[in-house]
Design a binder for this molecule. Structure first.
Ligand SMILES: [Zn+2]
Length: 155
């Protein structure tokens, strides 16, 4: 950790790790990928909510682009439900751990960079006004080129 470089982000907006069980196999998984890639966390009501489900399908259609920009998408469901094949981690958060750790409501989108800093909180609210997948891709592209190791260097 470098003190000067941390000035690039608001240090008070770092969030702690949240570990939640997978809805698929019950194994605990980390919500944030520290040091590896940007994390896009979609907090949803559950797969039984038609609007949330539709949004996940939109995200799934962009999975390859997200991966290209080193973005890991994690779906955090407030209820235990299944029946949708998506190329993302699908985790269960029945007691609101993410909500408290990230200070977000449900449904919402959270973008956290690889250093654990919250870059975006997007409350979709009851209208399910989620961030468009193309905007998420823009964020991931932006974060992928934000390399603190290279700040100030001339190419
Ligand atoms: Zn919903």
């Amino acid at each position: 950790m470098n003190g000067d470089r941390s000035a690039l982000v608001n240090p008070s907006d770092r969030m702690g790790q949240v570990v939640l069980p997978s809805l698929i196999d019950g194994k605990p998984q980390e919500v944030i990928s520290y040091g590896k890639c940007s994390s896009v966390i979609a907090s949803i009501h559950g797969l039984s909510c038609a609007a949330c489900r539709r949004y996940l399908e939109e995200l799934a259609a962009r999975a390859r682009e997200f991966a290209e920009w080193e973005g890991r998408v994690v779906i955090v469901s407030a209820e235990r439900s299944g029946g949708l094949e998506i190329p993302f981690a699908l985790l269960l958060d029945s007691d609101g751990q993410l909500k408290r750790a990230a200070r977000i409501g449900i449904p919402s989108i959270l973008i956290v960079d690889r250093w654990g800093s919250v870059q975006l909180r997007h409350e979709a609210r009851e209208a399910h006004d989620f961030l468009a997948p193309s905007e998420i891709e823009d964020w991931l592209r932006y974060l992928a080129i934000q390399c603190p190791e290279c700040q100030g260097e001339v190419f």
